[in-house]
Design a protein around this ligand. Sequence first.
Ligand code: MRU
Length: 352
Amino acid sequence: MRSLTLDVAVNADSAILWHDDALHLLDQRRLPLRELFIRCESAVETAVAIRAMVVRGAPAIGIAAAYGVALAARQRFQESGAHWRRALESDLEVLAESRPTAVNLFWALAHCRSRLDDIQGDPFPPMLAEARALHAADRAMNRRMGEFGAALIESGAAVITHCNTGGLATGGHGTALGVIRTAFAQGRIDRVFADETRPWLQGARLTAWELVRDDIPVALMADGAAAARMAAGGIGWVIVGSDRIAANGDVANKIGTYALALAARHHGVGFMVAAPTSTIDPETPTGDAIPIETRSAEEVLECAGQRVAAEGADAWNPVFDVTPAALVDAIVTEKGVIRNPDPERIAQHLSA
Ligand code: MRU
């Protein structure tokens, strides 16, 4: 993957760009130190970028994959003409194998596949239009989610968040960070405590980058400090995103979320999950059935490419955990709020 600087204003809400006939992804591995893009011209290059976490965050992965399908459509039509459909199957598979937990990836691929079925002639223009439409729809949904979530927050609260759920992780504005941005604009939040989010440091590198640029006061904490911060008082809500919500309301999110939910319940702090309805997976009955990605031991044994652990030590690196529905006070989607989620409330919300 070749890094390049683009002559565009770099901000979190335009981290996924269609530019110069190709997909450009703001390289989140390099933030906040460097603002470089990776250019993707095929589905395979897009899948490699997703796997390497150039782009990450459940909705952003889905959007990038949709652009990946458009790139595949262009390539396969150029190579195979009328036989493009068969050639494109392997691209869909490669994209589906890039990361296993975020259901938004599979949702976006299924959505693109259903559109492909109707296409006659060159599939590239309609599939690029489809990717752009998904991208714009995600931004709009996050704005609505922001309003619904902010309305739950009483003025003057500080909140805790985990991982990065902002513009970088979505098509723009963010899920949990979108709620925080909206609530801050409304004067409901005065301060954000952000977990640094070991091992990949999405909180320290990405959430802090976004909040500082928005002039929203942010204090970083070691992940293990969150319970003590709740005990110290003044925290209204823990607000997080999700990579997959099971049909019973169990929530998969960045490793460490479950511990936050336990601590929140103990301290009487509200626990809010903000995610679009495409993150709710009716096919996954409970959290036990959610595939949890395990990444390399080096992510834990090293920090910024520098070995920090004692030589000879191994590591366990599941990058998501599952918070049981019973610990979740509210799931906020673009359609509204599900309080105390359970299978019936989730099904009702999806069919509304
Ligand atoms: O491994 P990542 O950085 O892709 O994990 C991201 C998260 O866990 C986010 O909280 C989740 O995708 C929701 S993002 C809007």
